[in-house]
Ligand binder design. Structure first.
Ligand code: NDP
Length: 492
């Protein structure tokens, strides 16, 4: 049998290799069938030290931060262009690493390329602020890079998550360290390769595939890391935020959610059913913005739920490269078991499983980490399955009386990432959108994402905003510069 190819990461142009079979590798398992999706060299805390030193050297001594922003834009455009040249192969690798359907993986690569193009355009058009004089001087506020920033990403949207952080961080002039999830370590290595092939000076971006408590924690604690951008679970984010607080360095935290998805009695029912399904079953529910708490107005509850359950039953759950597949596997067996455990908790709490609640019976899916799309009702919003993030294809449905009731229940959660609603009454949509405690609100649509529209959470869903101009600001610190214009010497 051929020895597996081990992909190594590189620090400052030098590959870090490790022996086959040693503990210093991470093996990525394809969640669709249990096969090996790839093996990568596992980084350690020592590699973080080395990568930080190389990154500072590149930041200080390579021209990147001193280039005019429009010059940086040329390289960022080129990275975006090259990502699209490899669209199919990157998407296939992503599919093997994460189990997402091929269609979603293609979208991830497009979005990654879009981030580099967008921040290239931001570099071309960015304006520093000039303040109008109030004396014999003029002053301006400049966006300056931090130096070395650490970007720590989860497994649910590889390459897109890394690009969402690396593109604005590089655009702002920083050197970037990436710690991808151990579940999906391969795409970050490919992104780094493409950055260098596109002409990024060596040392400005390094991906270190390793374990969170080892490599991730070492990055957050490293005195050479001046800013941390993290996407992942709320508990991890809280721990990272506490360390950053001690170190007095800024953090961007994109965390979990338990988003309310609301259907009013005046909604277009067919469109709302389709929207609710894509809101929870897209990416097999492994989406931070999944509309996982469904609120349906009492007057249409029965009719709406019948239609939703019937359509959910006919969803195509299958292998990610099957044509027509609508839902693939979960990322790992451990995660599938966690999701199944939550459904059991829902049962014990008195919930009724309207559809799903088990693994599929299709023999072709038995080696994979599949779980059927599941809808539970009969609980109150205080039930654990209504309050805790399940991060799987599990929807809890609750009836509501009126606007006031749904605003109260919708906001009755620790999270505040997103919310959605379906209604024919735009005045009501506006009123309710303003009352919901969420970083993004969708009206008669769900999970739309615009590269220029800021994204982030209220409450336990995070701190800071990514994307758009806010994305560049996140990776910049402001420096105010004053130019004296006195004609006479300054006196005391
Ligand atoms: P985790 O919080 O477990 O991990 C996220 C990343 O942090 C991984 O790379 C992980 O490494 C690393 N990590 C773990 N522990 C530490 C630590 N002590 N110090 C530094 N880094 C650490 O989340 P998941 O990967 O399980 O992702 C799912 C979560 O991400 C969900 O809660 C979801 O809501 C959230 N998410 C939020 C999004 C948003 O934009 N708001 C978008 C997507 C997901 P390792 O993999 O090795 O453990």
């Amino acid at each position: 049998m051929d020895a597996p190819i081990i992909k190594s990461f590189r620090i400052g142009g030098t590959s870090r290799d490790s022996a086959v079979g040693s503990s210093a590798v991470i093996t990525s398992i394809n969640p669709a069938d249990g096969s090996i999706a790839g093996t990568v060299t596992r980084a350690t805390a020592q590699d973080v030290d080395d990568a930080v030193a190389v990154a500072w050297d590149a930041f200080r001594n390579k021209p990147w931060r001193k280039l005019r922003p429009d010059q940086r834009a040329t390289t960022l455009y080129e990275i975006g262009r090259r990502l699209l040249l490899e669209r199919e192969s990157l998407a296939r690798l992503q599919m093997q690493d994460s189990g997402k359907p091929m269609k979603e993986c293609l979208h991830m690569v497009d979005a990654a390329a879009g981030h580099f193009r967008y921040y290239a355009a931001v570099c071309e058009t960015w304006q520093n602020e000039m303040t109008s004089p109030r004396g014999e001087y003029f002053s301006m506020a400049l966006a300056e890079p931090f130096g070395v920033v650490a970007c720590i990403t989860p497994w649910n949207s590889p390459i897109m998550n890394e690009a969402q952080k690396a593109a604005p961080a590089l655009a702002a002039g920083n050197a970037v360290l990436i710690k991808p999830s151990e579940e999906t370590p391969q795409l970050a290595l490919e992104l780094v390769r493409i950055c260098y092939e596109a002409g990024l000076p060596e040392g400005l971006i390094t991906a270190l595939p390793g374990y969170g408590e080892d490599v991730g924690a070492a990055m957050v604690k490293h005195p050479g890391v001046r800013m941390v951008s993290f996407t992942g679970g709320t508990d991890t984010g809280r721990a990272i935020g506490a360390i950053a607080g001690q170190r007095l360095i800024p953090v961007g935290l994109e965390l979990g959610g338990k988003s309310p998805h609301i259907v009013f009695e005046d909604a277009d029912i067919d469109r709302a059913v389709a929207g609710v399904m894509s809101g929870i079953f897209g990416s097999a529910g492994q989406s931070c913005v999944a509309g996982s708490r469904l609120f349906v107005q009492k007057s249409i509850y029965k009719r709406f739920m019948e239609s939703l359950v019937e359509k959910t039953r006919s969803l195509c759950v299958g292998l990610p490269d099957d044509p027509g597949v609508q839902m693939g596997p979960l990322v790992s067996k451990a995660h599938r078991d966690k999701v199944a455990g939550y459904v059991d908790i829902g049962r014990q709490e008195g919930g009724k499983i309207l559809v799903g609640g088990d693994r599929p019976t299709d023999p072709r899916l038995q080696n994979g980490c599949f779980y059927m799309p599941t809808i539970i009702d009969g609980l109150t919003n205080r039930a654990r399955v209504c309050q805790e993030e399940i991060f799987g294809p599990v929807l809890v449905a609750l009836p509501f009386e009126d606007e006031a009731d749904v605003i109260e229940q919708g906001n009755d959660t620790a999270f505040g990432l997103a919310a959605g609603m379906w209604t024919g009454d735009y005045a009501r949509a506006w009123r309710v959108a303003r009352e919901l405690e969420a970083g993004s609100v969708w009206i008669n649509t769900y999970k739309q994402s615009h590269i220029a529209t800021p994204f982030g959470g209220f409450k336990d869903s995070g701190i800071g905003r990514e994307k758009g101009l806010h994305g560049l600001r996140l990776y910049s610190q402001v420096k105010s510069v004053y130019f004296g214009t006195h004609e006479k010497p300054m006196g005391l």
